[in-house]
Design a protein around this ligand. Structure first.
Ligand SMILES: *Cc1c(COP(=O)(O)O)cnc(C)c1O
Length: 426
């Protein structure tokens, strides 16, 4: 498989795209000015079913669609592009639209960035006591971009919006100073776009005694979907797997946190081989994804995906609610329906696939799980709980919100039983 990547305006060079109707190509052209677009040859040739475009879930996963922008904004931008406008007017409009799409949800850049002395440590987020998120500078792209990605703002050219750490030493100093951190979560972008040698510089030193408190190394990635060759035939694939084995042998728990939105992503033999090779190192693979209209808002899709994952040796971990950023209007599903999808999917699978938690909203105060809709003293309510919280004391405390069949996010919910605010707002 050749490693060929298309991005931005180069989409016209994809032969399958050149054959698409004009309106679909216009949608790609317009929306890709605002939201990041990138796709590689593997996704184009081996994942997308071009006979089912535009409904094909894998096409929806990576290709821009007209509905991803508000209609007036789409029209304005299409007019500018048709008029052949380049330069400042276009840039200004694109920038405006991006700002309207809530580029940094949940206080990511304001509340989660830790300090060392007086310096802000851009490139790390420390929101939950035991887990440090780490964004290595070289891992801030992906093999392809998901059209719903909540980190989309990092991939558009907006210097100050990028989060990344350049210095290996900075990460290690922070970890040494914070003995409460048990989990290091390497994320991005996708750290699996990095060369193994770079990743090693961050991770290999963690077997030293001063990092004994860091028991788990998680790697968030969508490479098993977008470039499974990373673990099989890439020139440094074997070195990567040796790094995993080394960490496991020295007592670390290595968890590959894999994103899969749809069972289709698991079908190719190369994926099965990549999974086997990772598991052979002693690492585990845990899986997660949001519920997305147009892609996987169907309990059967989730049930068969989870069953297949368990059969391949992976552990279902999280079902998320689509976050309140980017093209959320296109993908979002009401909370009640998300919960019904979760419930109907979970009911179909055995206990070994019921390890998936959710549906969970990653909000400013924490990860809030929708446990269901219930009737309490004659009032219909959502039953909610924190799976994770800024304040560890909030974890696992059930709380209630007024039932609202349309609500898609926590900020649209009102406290139940006439309360003024939720307990964590106090
Ligand atoms: C989800 C998340 C984590 C990890 O939470 P777990 O429930 O331990 O998987 C850590 N930091 C942030 C900012 C997160 O959103």
């Amino acid at each position: 498989m050749p490693f060929r990547v298309y991005h931005g305006r180069n989409f016209e060079q994809i032969p399958q795209v050149a054959r698409l109707p004009e309106d679909l190509r216009l949608a790609i052209r317009v929306v890709a000015e605002v939201l990041p677009f990138r796709v590689n040859q593997y996704v184009v040739d081996r994942l997308i079913d071009w006979d089912s475009v535009p409904d094909d879930p894998m096409y929806q996963l990576v290709f821009p669609q007209e509905g991803m922008l508000p209609p007036d904004r789409f029209a304005q931008l299409a007019d500018l592009l048709r008029a052949g406008s380049e330069g400042e007017a276009l840039e200004r409009l694109v920038r405006e639209i991006r700002c309207e799409l809530n580029p940094h949800p949940a206080g990511q850049t304001t509340k989660n960035v830790p300090r060392v002395g007086n310096e802000r440590l851009w490139g790390c987020q420390h929101k939950y006591r035991e887990t440090l998120l780490f964004f290595p500078a070289a891992g801030q792209t992906c093999h392809s971009y998901c059209s719903f990605c909540f980190r989309w703002a990092q991939f558009v050219d907006h210097g100050t919006w990028k989060m990344a750490v350049r210095e290996v030493a900075t990460l290690h100093e922070y970890l040494q100073a914070h003995l409460e951190i048990t989990d290091l979560l390497v994320t991005g972008g996708d750290p699996m776009v990095m060369k193994t040698a770079r990743l090693e510089a961050y991770l290999r030193p963690l077997v030293a005694p001063e990092f004994d408190h860091v028991q788990t190394i998680r790697i968030g990635t969508k490479a098993l979907t977008f470039w499974p060759y990373r673990f099989v035939t890439d020139p440094d694939a074997d070195e990567l797997l040796e790094l995993f084995s080394f960490l496991v042998e020295r007592g670390k728990h290595v968890a590959v946190m894999a994103h899969f939105e749809h069972g289709r992503e698991l079908e190719n033999e190369i994926v099965a081989e990549a999974v086997r090779r990772i598991l052979d190192t002693g690492a585990v693979i845990r899986t997660q994804a949001p519920v997305l209209r147009h892609i996987n808002d169907d309990p059967d899709v989730w049930a068969s995906m989870w069953n297949r994952q368990v059969r391949m040796g992976m552990v279902p971990y999280y079902m998320f609610v689509e976050r309140d950023t980017g093209a959320r209007n296109y993908f979002e599903v009401p909370l009640e329906r998300t919960w019904k999808i979760y419930r109907e999917a979970i009911r179909q699978v055995s206990g070994l696939a019921r390890t998936a938690r959710g549906p969970s909203m990653s909000t400013d105060p924490g990860k809030v799980e929708v446990q269901g809709v219930a009737e309490v003293e004659g009032e219909r309510v959502f039953v909610l709980r924190f799976i994770q919280a800024r304040n560890p004391d909030w974890v696992q405390r059930p709380f209630f919100a007024e039932y609202d069949p349309e609500a898609t996010w926590l900020d649209q919910l009102r406290p139940a039983f006439g309360a003024e605010r939720f307990f964590f707002d106090e």
